[in-house]
Ligand binder design. Structure first.
Ligand code: GTP
Ligand code: MG
Length: 195
């Protein structure tokens, strides 16, 4: 890969499309964003891209049903994956999601880092633990990001973040799409992953 540092945010973001099935072949390194519905994947992407609405932020959870791909300065791709764990989806849809993510993790050779987002306000969820286990099983590097930290008071934060860290048995980056906290840390991890 190139030694040139990435532009933060990128100068040019190109939406490549929304892919419910097979993804277009690509040679660029790819960063995927995964997490439960409504956790803030699209908002995190927009914040990292320094754009208001590159990725669609949903008022109703479970909106992003396909993989949305973004090209950043022709240097790397961001993949906004459909959310999982939304209570109202059927078992069939849940199976379809598992199948989709399994195929993606298996088959996407250019995937360099999975940014796994968890909601900082909730304890470790079984679906999050299952995702982290699946990333390990597929030997995919992951960065765990705790979203919406702007919603915690200082006291809540002092309790919640360590307990979530313990519950997930992993380090996590506190993040807020609202305040921009954690943006540099996530970019640093991305930069490290594509080097
Ligand atoms: P799906 O695509 O449906 O799976 O959702 P998503 O994970 O992409 O979440 P999205 O970015 O659409 O955000 C869901 C809701 O959470 C929206 O109302 C956002 O405005 C809100 N939200 C996301 N990130 C943050 C954050 O860091 N702080 C606050 N306060 N709200 C956030
Ligand atoms: Mg989304």
């Amino acid at each position: 890969m190139s030694d040139r540092p990435l532009r933060r945010p990128p100068a040019e973001v190109r939406f490549l499309g929304s892919f419910p099935g097979a993804l277009p072949a690509s040679r660029l390194p790819e960063i995927a964003f995964v997490g439960r519905s409504n956790v803030g994947k699209s908002s995190a992407i927009n914040r990292l891209l320094g754009r208001k609405a590159a990725a669609r932020v949903s008022a109703t959870p479970g909106r992003t049903q396909a993989v949305n791909l973004f090209d950043l300065d022709g240097r790397l791709l961001f993949a906004d994956l459909p959310g999982y764990g939304y209570a109202k989806v059927s078992a069939t849809q849940r199976d379809a999601w598992k199948h989709m993510i399994g195929r993606y993790l298996d088959g996407r050779d250019t995937l360099r880092l999975v940014v796994a987002l968890v909601d900082c306000r909730h304890p470790a969820q079984p679906s999050d633990l299952a995702l982290l286990a699946s990333l390990q099983a597929h030997a995919r590097p992951a960065l765990v990001v705790a979203t919406k930290v702007d919603k915690l008071t200082r006291n809540e934060r002092a309790k919640q973040l360590p307990s979530l860290t313990a519950g997930l048995s992993t380090l996590l980056v506190p993040f807020s799409a609202e305040t921009g906290e954690g943006v540099d840390a996530v970019w640093d991890a991305i930069e490290g992953a594509i080097r």
